[in-house]
Design a protein around this ligand. Structure first.
Ligand code: G3P
Length: 218
């Protein structure tokens, strides 16, 4: 399973990249705003800075909600850097824009997906990635992980090439369950990725090894 980091914070992206396990980055307007980035040119420069840190795909989201606006923005984003993937909302015009971009060979990530039917539409429109938001479903007492398994089953039934990019991942168990179900990618915060490192028996075991190694007078 590929690991993407879901942030626009350059330090977090650098830290995940340095760990050697990072396959890409996802951003959204809320994450960009959180970094205090304002103005079109600064935003475009920030995407370029992210592309210069990682080797994999970087999702950059359009802010228009109409077809023409999404096409205009998406073409500009796609032209910015070969690693950029155009992120589109799961609305009618977003599906139309997804079809438009996929027919032109421009990669897309259809976001704000909360149902299997929406994921099916994204695949039929040729999306490169579909982003089901599992944490936000959990927030409203709905099993987000069940949605991931439904999408996996549907895509496997018909051999859809759209990759499942499980999003709104919040913690380590989301990551582990995504891997068990067969999600192609998960995107989450640095804290969730680093959480996978933790086990008290590892720390106790290493402490003992370090103490015993001293006895060997190396
Ligand atoms: O990739 C989608 C993600 O940014 C949403 O995460 O934690 O805001 O639900 P969250």
């Amino acid at each position: 399973m590929k690991f993407f980091i879901d942030t626009a914070n350059l330090q977090d992206i650098e830290e995940a990249q340095a760990l050697g396990v990072l396959d890409g980055v996802t951003t959204n307007p809320s994450l960009m705003a959180k970094e205090g980035i304002t103005g079109k040119q600064n935003i475009l420069n920030h995407y370029l800075a992210i592309c210069n840190i990682v080797e994999g795909d970087v999702s950059a989201e359009v802010i228009s909600t109409d077809f023409e606006g999404m096409v205009r923005e998406g073409e500009e984003l796609a032209a910015l850097h070969p690693q950029i993937v155009v992120k589109l909302p799961m609305i009618g015009d977003g599906v139309k824009a997804c079809k438009y971009f996929s027919s032109k060979g421009i990669r897309t990530n259809v976001t704000l997906v909360f149902s299997a039917g929406q994921a099916l539409l994204a695949a039929k429109a040729g999306a490169t990635y579909v982003s089901p938001f599992l944490g936000r479903l959990d927030d409203v007492s709905t099993d987000g992980m069940h949605l991931i398994s439904e999408i996996r089953e549907i895509y496997d039934n018909y051999g859809y090439q759209t990759q499942i990019l499980s999003a709104s991942v919040r913690h380590t168990m989301h990551i582990i369950n995504c891997a068990k179900i067969g999600s192609d990618i998960m995107t989450g915060p640095l804290s969730a990725i680093k959480g996978l490192l933790k086990h008290p028996l590892t720390d106790i075991g290493l402490k003992q090894f370090v103490e015993d190694a001293k006895k060997m007078n190396l």
